[in-house]
Design a protein around this ligand. Structure first.
Ligand SMILES: *Cc1c(COP(=O)(O)O)cnc(C)c1O
Length: 392
């Protein structure tokens, strides 16, 4: 065997193991824009798989703003923000996001993954300590690993366990402490106890880094997100990350915080500095999306009506429904194969609900992850409930 063949054979062997464990992942090709219906292999299915909570991914006004933006500002930004890629639409969007979030300043990123990589490792280097919830999103875990590589001490506390976190904080002599949490946990849909986390951050003089990927646009008055939901202030020790490819329906992310902290990220955040700025048309689309979110109480009212309808209907079924007040509604099946089978049976009935298995979730908690959207009708939710009752 030649050397390159050996290299590829190693990879193939690992993937063979994945396949044997039933953990091979496959992509489905959508032949339609993201919306309540997805066309796949010529078949139309009701889509409960996207994070498009307000139904804005296919919104015509936003798409028009993107098209107009591209004609005005071109297809690409041409460089990173600090070199020459920071255009007027980027600057305006940042200011609008800052004003909307209530923080003095905001910085935009091409993805939430990059935004998370910029925050924790930049705040926490040698002599710092990071305290992270065990169920944090993979991008926050990778950020934590980078902080560790920078010399920070890194500890994970059991999910939402404030007593455990307080013990760790009390025992730490680190000069800089950083608490990191999802606001809405992406596989469980539950909320972090942000008022308690904020109180601990105050008591132990720590930064509080909050990832509001699933709260922004959905929670709180005007969809301002988790802080508005809990009536928490835009305090200078908080850094709020929000993604713009979920409820906002476009793509990208922001980090909002004090003017000093944001300037620090701009100066030092490697995943901000060493990457090309998103196309300016994305910023144009996001400005329109932000306007729709701000005026979108009717969308959120429909979304929460659909969530309530789904939860009421699922109550009598044999699977455990987690106590989620958000658009993420996980139904615990337990066994990996059983979860897959249930998802496949729904798919056959024209209902697309992803099965989530370990290692994405803890062993023995394979689940259906139902994502509800304002785009769903009452009849859509009823169709899902009907099928689940039949399959129970
Ligand atoms: C989706 C997600 C991200 C990553 O955001 P992208 O814009 O998709 O890169 C970060 N954190 C959480 C909690 C998420 O769900």
């Amino acid at each position: 065997m030649t050397q390159p063949d050996r290299l590829n054979a190693e990879l193939a062997a690992v993937m063979h193991e994945l396949a044997a464990a039933g953990l091979t992942r496959r992509r489905r090709v959508l032949e339609s824009p993201c919306g309540r219906l997805a066309a796949v292999d010529g078949k139309k299915v009701l889509n409960f798989a996207s994070n498009d909570y307000l139904g804005l991914a296919g919104n015509r006004e936003i798409a028009q703003a993107m098209a107009d933006g591209a004609l005005l500002w071109g297809a690409g930004s041409g460089a990173s923000h600090l070199v020459s890629g920071h255009l007027t639409p980027h600057e305006t969007l940042e200011q609008e996001i800052a004003a909307f979030s209530g923080f003095p300043r905001a910085l935009t990123f091409s993805t939430g993954y990059l935004a998370n990589l910029a925050v924790t490792p930049t705040l926490a280097g040698r002599g710092a300590a990071v305290f992270a919830d065990k169920l944090n999103h993979a991008s926050l875990i990778d950020a934590m690993q980078l902080a560790k590589a920078n010399g920070a001490d890194v500890q994970r506390y059991p999910h939402n366990d404030m007593a455990a976190l307080e013990k760790m904080l009390a025992a730490s002599s680190a000069a800089t402490k950083v608490i990191v949490t999802d606001a809405v946990f992406s596989m469980d849909g539950d909320l972090a106890p942000l008022p308690l986390l904020f109180a601990l951050a105050e008591r132990y003089d720590a930064w509080l880094v909050i990832d509001d990927a699933h709260g922004f646009g959905v929670l709180g008055a005007q969809g301002k997100g988790c802080l508005a939901h809990f009536n928490l202030p835009a305090a200078p020790r908080i850094l709020l990350m929000g993604t713009l490819g979920k409820a906002a329906g476009v793509g990208g992310a922001f980090v909002a915080g004090s003017a000093t902290a944001i300037e620090y990220l701009l100066q030092k955040g490697r995943s901000y500095i060493f990457t090309t700025a998103a196309p300016p048309a994305i910023a144009c689309a996001l400005r329109k999306s932000l306007e729709i979110i701000r005026n979108g109480d009717a969308l959120r009212t429909s979304l929460f009506a659909r969530i309530a309808q789904l939860r009421d209907g699922l109550a009598g079924l044999p699977w455990q429904l987690l106590p989620s007040p958000t658009a993420i509604q996980p139904l615990i099946v337990g066994d990996n194969e059983a979860a897959l089978k249930l998802a496949n049976a729904l798919w056959e009935r024209g209902l697309w609900v992803p099965a989530i298995r370990p290692p994405t979730v803890p062993k023995g908690t394979a689940r259906l992850r139902i994502s509800v959207s304002a785009a769903h009708s009452e009849a859509d939710i009823a169709a899902l409930l009907g099928a689940l009752k039949e399959l129970a």
